[in-house]
Design a protein around this ligand. Structure first.
Ligand SMILES: NC(=O)c1ccc[n+]([C@@H]2O[C@H](COP(=O)([O-])OP(=O)(O)OC[C@H]3O[C@@H](n4cnc5c(N)ncnc54)[C@H](OP(=O)(O)O)[C@@H]3O)[C@@H](O)[C@H]2O)c1
Ligand SMILES: [Zn+2]
Ligand SMILES: [Zn+2]
Length: 352
């Protein structure tokens, strides 16, 4: 066991603050990674504030962070895919039972015994797992991903959650040339969804509540931008979408988007607001539309997404911050004021 520097929250209302946490020494199959950048996902904020208490109550202290890139520092004796000095990445999952049908299909995100990167029971040290707001992490090599060498590290970190969470449902629902795709909410997930949908060749329409993001949406790859509070503009798109990805973190009217789907169109929720959303039955009945959700992605698809982003030179647009500004960043996240992902430069933690 060794100690790593980290930032943790002591309660749902406490700011994140500097702490030291225990990490296991790498055993035979483990990789110890020196973390260089970690993205800030809105899920970190939901979890730190215990907004998902009904499903995943937060255990304190909580060290969030699941968009991790870094360099391999040490490897266990049986590790074959990584050596010290290699770039490495870790997303939302750090373990699973590896034997269930989901794991065998490479869909570890659905494993009943999945271990999330933070706030999951820690099989090795007891307590719960601690995430990437830290200078170091130890992960089984099976859950460590390879990072394409051409991607800038600060912008690559958010691919590990925002990237895969948007890539996976768009692949599942067949986003491709000739399809009309909507992206609701231009935040961390939403802006990656726009870049990926554009790269897949779909006609991409952004729905935003922020007029100031209009030009950015077009620059990121959108073909059209709709201010979602403009009912008349929304109405022009009624019944026309094949697929809509909803990446909104707060309460909003999803019925307004379901009405924009064509026959057999699908709206997938990736946003996970604190409170239940309400749905009008006829929105789905008329047009045989469907509503679904999607969590992150499995290991093989996450690697596929990273390789796709490498080939297309896609990374997140990031605002790099020192870890000392993390509480300020959370406050801005709540105001939809980030363009478009905060990425923590972990050199700032090392220097503390
Ligand atoms: N399913 C999964 O596996 C998964 C993975 C990661 C994250 N998530 C969830 O996905 C959600 C988005 O995460 P994120 O990191 O992308 O968050 P984010 O960067 O804060 O973006 C959320 C965006 O939602 C829009 N929004 C916020 N409040 C709104 C409101 N009251 N009404 C309408 N629109 C609003 C804003 O976009 P505009 O300014 O453009 O309106 C905002 O930028 C969170 O709930 C997060 O927990 C789920
Ligand atoms: Zn996330
Ligand atoms: Zn499993």
């Amino acid at each position: 066991m060794y100690h790593a520097k980290a930032y943790s929250a002591g309660s749902a209302v406490a700011p994140l603050a500097r702490t030291a946490i225990a990490r296991r020494d790498p055993s035979a199959h483990d990789v110890q990674i020196e973390i260089l950048f970690c993205g800030i996902c809105h899920s970190d904020l939901h979890q730190v504030r215990n907004e998902w208490s009904g499903v995943m109550p937060t255990v304190y202290p909580c060290v969030p962070g699941h968009e991790i890139v870094g360099r391999v520092a040490r490897v266990g004796s049986a590790v074959r895919r990584f050596k010290p000095g290699d770039l490495a990445a870790v997303g939302c999952l750090v373990d699973s039972d590896r034997t269930c049908p989901e794991c065998q299909a490479g869909l570890e995100q659905f494993c009943p015994q999945v271990t999330l990167t933070y706030n999951s029971p820690d099989q090795h040290l007891g307590g719960v797992t601690y995430g990437g707001y830290s200078d170091s992490i130890v992960v089984d090599e099976r859950f460590v991903l390879r990072l394409p060498a051409n991607l800038a590290l600060a912008g690559a970190a958010p691919l590990l959650c925002a990237g895969i969470t948007t890539y996976s449902p768009m692949r599942h629902w067949g986003v491709a040339p000739g399809k009309k795709v909507g992206v609701v909410g231009l935040g961390g997930l939403g802006h990656m969804a726009v870049k990926l949908s554009h790269a897949f060749g779909a006609h991409t329409v952004v729905f935003t509540t922020s007029p100031s993001k209009k030009d950015d949406a077009l620059r990121l790859g959108a073909d059209e931008v709709v201010l979602s509070r403009d009912a008349a503009r929304m109405q022009k798109h009624a019944g026309s979408f094949d697929f809509i990805l909803d990446a909104v973190s707060a309460d909003h009217d999803i019925g307004a988007y379901i009405d924009l789907l064509r026959r057999d169109g699908n709206l997938t929720l990736v946003g996970a607001p604190e409170k239940p959303l309400s749905i009008a039955a006829f929105g789905l009945i008329f047009g045989r539309r469907s509503l679904s959700g999607s969590p992150i992605g499995g290991l093989p698809e996450t690697q596929e997404m990273l390789d796709f982003c490498g080939a297309h030179n896609l990374t997140a647009d990031v605002e790099v911050i020192p870890i000392q500004k993390v509480n300020e960043a959370y406050a801005r996240l709540l105001q939809s004021d980030v363009k478009y992902r905060f990425s923590i430069d972990m050199a700032s933690l090392k220097a503390e």
